[in-house]
Design a protein around this ligand. Structure first.
Ligand SMILES: C[S@@+](CC[C@H](N)C(=O)[O-])C[C@H]1O[C@@H](n2cnc3c(N)ncnc32)[C@H](O)[C@@H]1O
Length: 221
């Protein structure tokens, strides 16, 4: 029987068939000891991190954009933050946000160990409120907060992206619940609205990658 270590909570979401998903994970190079330690900790404590397959997508998007500024809504222990921070380079800046001070303290320790603490600003509070205070335009805004807040995050994020910048969001296929005939959950309804907003916006061009739990990538035209 598979154990938590064989199949951590962040791994499977039933979008891709399990053998294909296992194959995709088998391709991934080993992570360094900081990220590997965070993955193990997340599996043990059921912390909902994006995991390495999505982490690589985030990192790759930042490299493709030569991104220097990233705003992250919902950072938990800072796993996805490290994937961004390593991509933006020495002169890049990533804003970490989370509502939980304990998460932020734990994340700070990981940032030091990963050697990227000087690229990351930690902000504790409501991520949407913190984004609304931002005056600069970002290269990338990444949304991974509570799903009911996704439509509001959309409205705050689009004006704060530079032309050519990316709005990226995790969990937009919500374990397949977006395809339910009569979705009942508020979270599913919010994600459906968010996806509609993305695809109907005249300011954005959007694609959803059905990787893990679905990642939306929208570029500002
Ligand atoms: C899915 S986890 C983030 C995981 C992280 N992006 C990663 O992959 O490593 C969501 C986090 O967002 C935080 N959160 C949810 N809604 C929030 C809000 N409105 N403001 C600030 N933090 C929020 C939760 O405390 C939780 O730690």
């Amino acid at each position: 029987m598979p154990t938590k270590a064989d199949k951590p909570g962040w791994m499977m979401h039933g979008i891709t068939s399990e053998p294909v998903e296992q194959y995709l994970y088998s391709l991934l190079p080993a992570r360094d000891e900081v990220l590997a330690g965070m993955e193990a900790e997340a599996a043990k404590r059921d912390i909902p991190i994006v995991g390495p397959m999505v982490g690589r997508v985030l990192h790759q998007l930042a490299l493709m954009q030569s991104a220097k500024t990233v705003f992250e809504l919902g950072s938990a222990i800072g796993y996805s933050t490290i994937w961004w921070a390593r991509a933006v380079g020495e002169n890049g800046r990533v804003i970490y946000t989370d509502g939980d001070r304990k998460n932020a303290d734990e994340a700070g320790g990981y940032f030091e160990r990963a050697g990227v603490a000087n690229r990351i600003t930690i902000k504790v509070g409501d991520a949407l409120e913190l984004l609304s205070e931002q005056k600069q335009a970002f290269d990338i805004i990444f949304c991974d907060v509570d799903k009911e807040d996704y439509p509001r995050a959309f409205r705050l994020a689009v004006p704060r992206l530079r032309k050519g910048g990316l709005l990226v969001a995790d969990n937009v296929l919500w374990s397949g619940k977006v395809a339910e005939k009569k979705p009942a959950e508020a979270t599913t309804k919010a994600i459906l609205e968010f996806n509609r907003l993305l695809y109907n916006s005249s300011e954005l061009f959007t694609t959803i990658l059905p990787i893990r739990d679905g990642i939306a990538i929208a570029v500002k035209k």
